[in-house]
Design a binder for this molecule. Structure first.
Ligand code: ADP
Ligand code: ZN
Length: 432
């Protein structure tokens, strides 16, 4: 069994890595120019030919691709290989609009699974592990990505997919699952269910690989404590293959980007200008090795920071902080920018679980902003006056984090629908 910790690549000195990226970028730009007329036209409009891109230093000259381009070129317009050479289609989960399609050759699948294998190894996975994959299987990339990675590492891989919580727990117990892969919101739900059923002693998980949506550090700690595991973040997007674009190591201070396959940039979302390391902005990726869907300078709309600070794990790949949400997750309420992740942080700090929903509406030309939060089980028997006091405290804490006032409603435990995939946190009635 191959070892999917690849120190010769993952701990490569920066100048060598840069050299590898330079070579791959030049080749990739040529591939796109020759095979993707849609992007070639964009380059021509800027007066560019492949010769203008000699190294990563020239990357900034290339035009961006956005989700709008993907929709324009829907479905096959950005393919870099004929259909006959592709073997798989996935699509985004459509969290923020129409789904986009992504295509893979067998080679693309192979490299994607390598990236997921690296993530599993970084979370301590070996061939001794039972890898319990509760990401959805199907069009969504989560299930099949981690599944393929699990095979590569040699884990005994269990393709549970999401849903049917009783069966999840039964299999976890019977088969002795050691690593759980799912969205953090589903992990929180499973953790809650394990406690309710008093199954803590029967579950032998040691690690979790959770991603596909934004989650806070407080939520991480909560899941870790409830499940007695170490919880690792993993990031990716369908357009770039799926999960495994970046992954956390034991230091848990950001996700190492697989820089032999992807170049990351941070740009100012308004001007498109490339920002220096350590500055917050929009994450942009260039895929260096993908054949079937070779996106150059793809704007993710995720807001994030990069860091090349030395990591104790020895990996030299740049780290991205937890994205604080997508620019399109950001709500503008009464003129103030509000990210659901900020609300989550406040709730967790105040001792609530991450079960909440944000409802925004417009009444008489003014925005209304309500946060529904589940009471903790012990609050349920409290007097109305006590609940009202707790609501008031939350209003204050939210106001000092966000700068605007929200109405808070504490609702009965378990009354907010649990998610088996990506959680739906926001109901923005202004858009309906
Ligand atoms: P959709 O855009 O329909 O949700 P995807 O399933 O491809 O489609 O989701 C990719 C997006 O999910 C990323 O752009 C990012 O916003 C979010 N995401 C993925 N992993 C993480 C993570 N670990 N932390 C925060 N957000 C994440
Ligand atoms: Zn590290």
């Amino acid at each position: 069994m191959a070892n999917y910790y690849q120190p010769e690549i993952e701990t490569m000195p920066y100048d060598q890595l840069r050299q590898l990226q330079n070579e791959r970028l030049v080749k990739q730009v040529r591939h796109v120019w020759d095979n993707v007329p849609y992007y070639r036209k964009k380059m021509e409009e800027k007066g560019l030919t492949p010769e203008d891109i000699q190294s990563v230093d020239d990357l900034h000259k290339l035009p961006f691709l956005t989700k709008a381009d993907l929709r324009d070129a829907y479905p096959y317009g950005l393919m870099g290989k004929p259909k006959s050479e592709c073997v798989r289609i996935h699509s985004t989960s459509g969290t923020t609009g129409k789904r986009v399609m992504a295509f893979y050759t067998q080679h693309d699948i192979d490299l994607w699974e390598d990236c997921c294998a690296r993530a599993i190894v970084a979370a301590g996975g070996t061939k001794e592990d039972v890898l319990h994959v509760s990401y959805g299987y199907g069009l969504f990339t989560g299930g099949m990505g981690l599944h393929g990675g699990g095979h590569k590492v040699g884990c005994l891989t269990l393709p549970m997919s999401s849903g049917n919580t009783d069966r999840q727990l039964q299999f976890m117990e019977d088969l002795g699952s050691t690593i759980l892969c799912c969205t953090p919101s589903y992990a929180a739900y499973l953790a809650e269910s394990i406690h309710e059923r008093g199954l803590q002693d029967k579950i032998h998980l040691k690690a979790g690989i959770f991603g596909a949506e934004a989650w806070s550090e407080d939520m991480r700690r909560d899941i870790e404590n409830k499940l007695g595991i170490k919880a690792y973040d993993i990031f990716g997007l369908t357009e770039l293959s799926g999960p495994g674009v970046s992954f956390e190591c034991e230091e848990q201070t950001g996700m190492h980007i697989n820089e032999d396959h992807f170049i990351a940039e941070i740009i100012d979302p308004d001007t498109g200008e490339v920002l220096p390391e350590g500055t917050k902005g929009e994450l942009v990726f260039t895929s260096l090795t993908k054949e079937a869907f070779p996106l150059l300078r793809y704007r993710t709309r995720d807001i994030c920071v990069l860091s090349r600070k030395k990591c104790s794990c020895g990996r030299t790949f740049v780290k991205m902080a937890k994205p604080m949400g997508r620019s399109d997750d950001m709500l503008i309420i009464r003129g103030v920018n509000v990210f659901p992740s900020q609300i989550e942080t406040v709730l967790m700090q105040q001792g609530y679980a991450a079960n909440y929903q944000i409802i925004v509406d417009r009444v008489n030309n003014s925005d209304t902003f309500e946060v529904m939060v589940e009471m903790t089980p012990d609050m349920f028997s409290d007097s109305l006056a006590k609940v009202a006091r707790a609501e008031k405290e939350l209003v204050g804490a939210l106001k000092s984090m966000l700068g605007i006032a929200a109405k808070v409603k504490l609702v009965a435990p378990k009354s907010i629908t649990r998610s088996e995939g990506k959680a739906v946190r926001v109901i923005d009635k202004r858009k309906i």
